[in-house]
Design a protein around this ligand. Sequence first.
Ligand code: SF4
Ligand code: SF4
Length: 247
Amino acid sequence: MDNFFSDQAKNKSDNSLNSQYDNLKNNYEEIFIEAAESIRREVNAFKPENPCDKCQVKDCKIEKKDMFAPYPSNCPYRDWQLKILTFLAGDYKQKLKVIYKNMMEKRNAYTCAKCAACCKLAASQYSYEQLKQRAMRGDKFSKDFISVFVPYKTEEDAKAANPEYFELLNKLVEDEKIYYYYCPKLEGNLCSDYENRPSVCKDFPHNPLKLLPSACSYNEWKREIAHEAMLLKAKTDIIEFYRSKLQ
Ligand code: SF4
Ligand code: SF4
C-alpha cells in the first residue's frame, strides 16, 4: 500500500504538531469514503438478489433498494438489514479488534526517547475533580492518571512547559475547556518512581490517533500505522452510524 502520508514520509524529521494535525484533518474525508466503500462491499456480499420478483407485498413503493430503505418486516431486504446489524456487532467488530491489537503491538518496535514531554504536559477534557469522580466510579484510566498527574495552577504555566503542544491543543478544541496537568515525580528528565509508574505512563501513547509532542520517538510508529489507524476510526464511526439507522 502507498504510504498515506507520502509527503511527510519524504521528510522523516517533520514531527511538527501542526503537520500531524493538518495531515489528519486533510485526509480523513478521503479515508472515510474508503472505509464506507469497504463496509458496503462486505454487507452487499450477502444482499438478497432480486427478491422483489417473488414478493407477496402488494403496495411496496420502495424504488432504491439500498441499505437504509424502510423495508416492511416481511421483506427479505429487512432480513438483510438485521443480518447487517448482527454482522457489524459480531464478526466485523472482532476483525476490527484484531486490527487494533496488531497496530498497538507494532508500537513495541519503538522505544521511548526519554524526552519527558509527556510527563511535563498532559491534557484532559476533564477537570481534576471530574477525574477523581470518574476514578471513584471505577474508571481505570482516570484512577491511574490522578495517581501521578496534578493540575497546572495556570494556563501560562502549562504553556511554558510545551508552547507548541499547548497551542495546538487549543486550536483543536476551540469550543471546549481543556485542563492541563504535569507529573511532580519527574526529576530532570527522569522518572523518580519509574518501577511503580502506572499503566497510563507505561502504555503511552495509548491511542494511535493521539497528537504527540514533536520530540516523541513514537511519532515514527504513528507514521507507520497512520492510514490503518484512521481507517479503523472511520470504520468504527460508520458502524455506530449504521447501527443507529438500522435498528
Ligand atoms: S510517573 Fe514517571 S513516567 Fe509517569 S508521568 Fe510521572 S515522571 Fe513521567
Ligand atoms: S514524549 Fe514520547 S519519547 Fe518523550 S518521554 Fe514521552 S513517550 Fe518518551
